[in-house]
Design a protein around this ligand. Structure first.
Ligand code: ADP
Length: 612
C-alpha cells in the first residue's frame, strides 16, 4: 500500500534552495550521504553493545557506492541501523535540528546552499542537488519490515512496503542531466579520497564485473600517531565533524596516559556556529569508547563555556554497558573533562601569543568563553587572563587584564570598568571624564554577560575589580571657567530633586564632570544602570530603580546660566524645561531611552527655534 505524504513547509523551502541554487560544489552530497551511513553504522554498533540479548548477526560493516552507467544512477548503501516507518517520516521528512526551520523562514529568497550547509549541514537533502528522483530502501535492525521511500524532491514523498535482504539503508539517486559525472569511477574515487578518507568504515566502490575496491584507509584518525597525520587530513576531519568549509583555528591532538587513558582530537573552529547562544547549549564533542561511538550529547564531558569546541574524545577505560545518563555522572567523565580543559587552556595561552589569530578566536567565541569566569571555579583566573576587552585607552584593539595592570601608572590596586551596550556610547559616558583627565584606564564592558562575571571575579592577581561608580578615588578635573554660585546652585538642586523625584533619588553637584552638564550614576553598592536596563528588558523589573543619582556639573555654562535664573519667578517654567532636557540628555549618554520623547522633542525644538 502506497502512501503519499507532503513535505513540511521548511523542507520545501530547503529543497527549493538546494535544487535551485547554482551551487558548483555538488559533490558535497556524497560526503553528506556517506557521513549519514557512517553515523548509522556507529548507532548499530553501539546498539548491539548495549543490547547483547538481541543477537544481531555480525557482518563486516561497510558503505558501498554503486555507480550504474546504464541507467545513470548512483546508489549508496550501508549495513547500519536502518530506519523504520516512523524514522522515515520523522527524520527524513522533517527537519528536526533546532534553528533550521527558523533560519529558513527568516532567510531571504537567495540564501545559498553553501550558507545552509555551513550552518546546518543540509545532509540527506543535498541528494537533490544531483538527483531528479531518490529512492530509499531501508530495514531497521531487529525488524522484519522493509520500506521504500520515493521522492522527486518537489511533490512530497511516497512510502511503500518492500522487501530487503539484511538491514541497513540503500539510497538510489537518479542523476540529473548535469550530474552524470557521478557514475564515473575515477571521479568518484577522487571525491571519496578527498572528503571521506577519515571515515571509520570501509567505503567500497562497486565496480560491477571488475569486483569491489576499498577506497579509504578507514582508520580512526585520532588513534593514529600525530607524526603520521598530515595537515590536510586534520582539516578534512575537521570539515567532517563541523560541516564547515574553512580551516580549523586550533587543532589539539593528544593522548593522556596513566590511571585513566583517553585521547582527544579537538578543534577550535574559525567561526561561531549559529546556535552558540541557544538555550539548549550542549557540548559539540563526540564521545567514543574504544572507537565505538557513544554519543555527541554527553553532558559534563565539556563545560558549557567551551561548547564551541568540536571533535572527538575516546577512552578505552569507560564502561560501555551503562546508559548515557549514568555515564554522564561517572567520575571518569569528570576526570576526562578536567584534564582536557587544562590542555585547552594551555593551548589557548599558546594561541594568545599570536595576536591576530587570537583575536579571531576572541571575536567568534569570547562571549561564550567569558562565562567560564563564573562557571569554572578552578580555572577562573585562567579564563580571566585569556579574556580580552576594549578600554578607554584601547578602543580599536583588544587589551587584557595583564596589559591593564602592566600599563597602570597610578599606585591604586584597582582595575576599573564600566558596563553598557556598546563601546562608542560607553566611551563617551561623562562619568569617564575624570578618569580620562587623570590618565586612568577604564575597561569598557559591553556584553550582557559582563554584568555577571564581574560579580564573581572581584579581584584579579591582587587587583580589585571595580565599577567606576564604586571607585573611591580622590580625583579632580583642572578648572578654568566660572563656577555657579553656591546658594543658587543649592536652590537649583533642590528644585530638580523635587521635579524629578520619580526618576532619581538624589540630585547632587560633582567636581568630576568635564564637558557635560549632567550625568547619571548609582548609589554605592547598587546595581549598575546597565544591569538594571538588562533586567527591565527581560521583564524582571518594571520600575526605575530609586538608587539613581543625577550629578550636576557646576562649571558647565548651561548650569551657571540656570542658576542665574533660579530666583526669577517668571523663569521657573524655562528652568524646569531646560532641567528636563538635561536629565534626558544624561539618560541618552547612558544609553537609556528618554522617558517622554514627545515632550522632549517639543521642548528641544522650541529652544532650538529660539536660538536660530
Ligand atoms: P543529520 O544527518 O545531520 O541528522 P540528515 O538530513 O542527513 O541530517 O539526516 C536526517 C536523519 O535521517 C538522520 O539523523 C538519521 O536519523 C536519518 N538517516 C539519514 N540517513 C540515514 C542512513 N543511511 N541510515 C539510517 N538513518 C539515516
Amino acid at each position: 500500500m502506497a502512501e503519499k505524504i507532503g513535505f513540511k513547509t521548511e523542507v520545501n523551502k530547503l529543497l527549493d534552495i538546494v535544487i535551485n541554487s547554482l551551487y558548483s560544489e555538488k559533490y558535497i552530497f556524497l560526503r553528506e550521504l556517506i557521513s549519514n551511513s557512517s553515523d548509522a553504522i556507529d548507532k548499530l554498533k553501539y546498539w548491539k553493545l548495549i543490547n547483547p540479548e538481541l543477537k544481531i548477526e555480525n557482518t563486516q560493516y561497510k558503505i558501498t557506492i554503486t555507480p550504474n552507467k546504464d541507467d545513470n544512477t548512483l546508489t549508496i548503501s550501508d549495513n547500519g541501523i536502518g530506519m523504520d516507518k516512523d524514522d522515515l517520516v520523522n527524520h527524513i521528512g522533517t527537519i528536526a535540528k533546532s534553528g533550521t526551520a527558523e533560519f529558513l523562514n527568516n532567510t531571504k529568497e537567495n540564501a545559498s546552499a553553501v550558507d545552509l550547509i555551513g550552518k546546518f549541514g543540509v545532509g540527506f537533502y543535498s541528494a537533490f542537488m544531483v538527483a531528479q528522483k531518490v529512492e530509499i530502501v531501508t530495514k531497521k535492525a531487529n525488524s522484519n519490515e522493509a520500506y521504500l521511500w520515493i521522492s522527486d524532491g518537489i511533490d512530497g514523498y511516497e512510502i511503500k512496503n518492500t522487501s530487503k535482504e539484511g538491514y541497513g539503508t540503500s539510497i538510489k539517486l537518479y542523476l540529473k542531466e548535469d550530474a552524470k559525472d557521478f557514475v564515473d569511477t575515477i571521479y568518484l574515487r577522487n571525491i571519496i579520497h578527498t572528503y571521506s578518507e577519515h571515515i571509520d568504515y570501509p567505503i567500497v566502490l562497486n565496480l560491477g564485473d571488475a569486483g569491489e575496491e576499498t577506497v579509504n584507509t578507514n582508520e580512526a584518525l585520532w588513534t593514529r600517531n600525530k607524526a603520521d597525520i598530515t595537515e590536510k587530513q586534520y582539516r578534512d576531519f575537521y570539515q567532517h565533524v563541523t560541516k564547515n568549509f574553512d580551516d580549523p583555528l586550533v587543532t589539539l591532538h593528544f593522548k593522556a596516559e596513566g590511571s585513566l587513558e583517553y585521547s582527544g582530537l579537538l578543534f577550535v573552529p574559525t567561526k561561531a556556529p549559529y546556535d552558540l547562544f541557544q538555550p539548549d547549549r550542549i557540548t559539540g564533542l563526540k564521545l567514543y569508547v574504544n572507537k565505538v561511538f557513544v554519543s555527541d550529547k554527553v553532558e559534563g564531558l565539556m563545560p558549557v563555556y567551551l561548547r564551541f569546541l568540536r571533535g572527538v574524545i575516546d577512552s578505552p577505560d569507560l564502561p560501555l554497558n551503562i546508559s548515557r545518563e549514568m555515564l554522564q555522572q561517572s567520575a571518569l567523565i569528570a576526570k576526562i573533562r578536567q584534564g582536557t580543559v587544562s590542555r585547552i587552556i594551555k593551548e589557548l595561552k599558546n594561541l594568545a601569543k599570536e595576536e591576530e589569530k587570537y583575536n579571531t578566536f576572541w571575536k567568534a567565541f569570547g562571549i561564550a568563553f567569558k562565562e567560564g569566569i563564573y562557571e569554572d571555579f578552578t580555572n577562573r583566573e585562567n579564563v580571566a587572563e585569556l579574556s580580552r576587552f576594549y578600554s578607554t585607552k584601547s578602543i580599536d584593539t583588544l587589551t587584557s587584564l595583564d596589559k591593564y595592570i602592566e600599563n597602570k601608572k597610578d599606585k591604586n590596586k584597582e582595575i576599573y570598568y564600566i558596563t553598557g551596550d556598546d563601546i562608542k556610547t560607553l566611551n563617551s559616558n561623562p562619568q569617564l571624564d575624570v578618569f580620562k583627565e587623570n590618565d586612568i584606564e577604564v575597561l569598557l564592558l559591553n556584553d550582557p554577560i559582563d554584568e555577571f562575571w564581574t560579580q564573581t571575579l572581584t579581584s584579579y592577581k591582587g587587583y580589585e575589580l571595580k565599577h567606576i561608580s564604586q571607585a573611591k578615588l580622590d580625583l579632580s578635573i583642572k578648572r578654568e571657567g566660572i563656577k555657579a554660585d553656591e546658594n543658587k546652585l543649592n536652590k537649583l538642586l533642590d528644585n530638580m530633586q523635587e521635579w524629578f523625584k520619580e526618576e532619581v533619588s538624589k540630585v547632587e553637584a560633582t567636581e568630576k564632570l568635564a564637558s557635560s552638564p549632567a550625568s547619571l550614576t548609582v548609589l554605592e553598592g547598587q546595581m549598575s544602570i546597565h544591569l538594571e536596563r538588562l533586567m527591565r528588558n527581560h521583564q524582571q523589573k518594571t520600575n526605575f530603580d530609586s538608587s539613581r543619582i543625577l550629578q550636576i556639573n557646576p562649571y558647565h555654562p548651561l548650569i551657571v546660566k540656570l542658576t542665574s535664573l533660579i530666583e526669577e519667578n517668571d523663569k521657573t517654567e524655562v528652568v524646569k524645561n531646560v532641567s528636563m532636557l538635561i536629565l534626558e540628555q544624561a539618560k541618552i549618554a547612558e544609553g537609556e531611552a528618554v522617558s517622554n520623547p514627545q515632550l522632549f522633542n517639543e521642548k528641544l525644538s522650541e529652544f532650538i527655534l529660539k536660538a536660530i
